[in-house]
Design a binder for this molecule. Structure first.
Ligand code: BGC
Length: 392
């Protein structure tokens, strides 16, 4: 029986009684035809491709429309690269659902969970909306809402990066008053996020900074123990896979001897590239009793040499788009290269009169002018494109 579109719509609307042998196809909102069950004891990135989300694609389209050829065509290709979407405020949870429409079954949707009370305790650029102490709002208005959304899309696979910088800050910035005040909320919030978002269609990675942060000899063990306790406090969730490194970072994957290896301090840090960091920190995590596979943000590490210091993090000049998302990493502990920071979105404002101005964004190696964290910076995007390696 051949049915016209109009007849199908009439059936679906219930205006016409459907013949007994005719089942109105369920309007799938994307995803697979049945519920997704991810096995976090395996590398899911060998069967799923990071989804190029429509939110970033639209940002890139808008950017390309301001450019002339041949660069505009190259720019548009950036929108086809799988990139994580950041749920950086309660209000911005609304960005997720439109981007979930039409995700193919073999794609995995990358989502960054990023709204802890007292967020970004050792810096200012990404200070969040929730003040220290607002843990109940974090749970009920943020994490519970994310969980409900993910449950609404059981046929779609999700990869989560949980709370960039939060636990690493507790390890290395314990002397900063704001981090002391935030500590209890970070620990409770991260454990709650892991437990509540432990859903069958999810694989979880907790943020572990980068090699120039927790990779120092003296930071490996306390860092691993801090992350492992969050995992254990969450009840050792089944969908937990390990850690995320270099999120919004600039480190090279396997450069030898490493960008900062000739620095006098290098003797105290064996994690001179992210590959070494994944292996060293992965080993420390195994000792601490936590699953230890990693994903690595390679989105902006195409061109080294821009940073004056290893710890410089804000809008690094002369950087470029880096390795594309892939599960071919050459390291058994590294599940995949991914793009977490959407290249073109700012790390922080260079306006020294702004409330969230951080002095790192005023350093000689920080791109200026730059808008507030998360806002689009057209000139920076064009620079990343020009310096991309591989080229577009
Ligand atoms: C900002 C967020 C933004 C994210 C991705 C962070 O530095 O604080 O607002 O969503 O970067 O660009």
């Amino acid at each position: 029986m051949k049915l016209s579109t109009a007849t199908l719509i009439a059936f679906a609307a219930g205006a016409i009684g459907a013949p007994a042998d005719f089942v109105v196809p369920r309007q799938a909102p994307g995803g697979c035809s049945s519920a997704v069950k991810l096995d976090a004891s395996t590398n899911v990135w060998t069967s799923y491709t990071l989804h190029p989300n429509s939110f970033y694609k639209e940002e890139v389209e808008a950017a390309a429309s301001q450019m002339s050829e041949p660069d505009a065509t190259k720019a548009r290709k950036v929108g086809d690269i799988g990139t994580f979407l950041w749920a950086d405020t309660i209000a911005n949870i609304a960005r997720i659902e439109p981007a979930l429409q039409g995700v193919p079954c073999n794609h995995i949707f990358g989502l960054v969970v990023y709204d802890l009370p007292g967020r970004d305790c050792a810096a200012k650029a990404s200070n969040g909306e929730l003040p220290v102490g607002a843990i109940d709002r974090y749970k009920t208005e943020y994490i519970d809402k994310l969980a409900a959304l993910i449950k609404k899309y059981p046929n779609t696979a999700f990869a989560l990066v949980i709370e960039p910088d939060s636990l690493p800050n507790l390890v290395t910035n314990a002397n900063v008053a704001a981090c002391q005040q935030s500590a209890a909320g970070y620990r409770e919030g991260v454990a709650y996020a892991l437990k509540t978002l432990n859903l069958p269609n999810v694989v979880q990675y907790i943020d572990a900074g980068h090699g120039g942060w927790l990779g120092w000899n003296d930071n490996l063990k306390p860092g691993a123990e801090e992350l492992a306790s969050a995992y254990k406090n969450a009840g050792s969730p089944s969908q937990f896979r390990g850690f995320a490194t270099n999120v919004a970072g600039w480190n090279q994957w396997d450069a030898e001897p490493g960008e900062f290896a000739s620095h006098p301090d290098a003797q105290y840090n064996k994690a001179q590239n992210e590959k070494k960091y994944v292996e060293l920190f992965g080993a420390a995590l195994a000792t601490a009793g936590m699953p230890n596979h990693a994903i690595v943000d390679t989105g902006r590490s195409g061109k080294p040499g821009g940073r004056l210091e290893w710890g410089d993090w804000c809008n690094v000049i002369d950087s470029g788009f880096g390795r594309r998302p892939s599960s071919s990493t050459g390291s058994t502990l590294a599940d995949a290269f991914v793009w977490v920071k959407p290249g073109g979105e700012s790390d922080g404002t260079s306006d020294s009169s702004a409330v969230r101005y951080d002095s790192f964004c005023g350093k000689a190696d920080a791109f200026k002018p730059s808008p507030e964290a998360g806002q689009w910076n057209q000139a920076f995007f064009e620079m990343l494109l020009k310096n991309a390696n591989p080229a577009f």
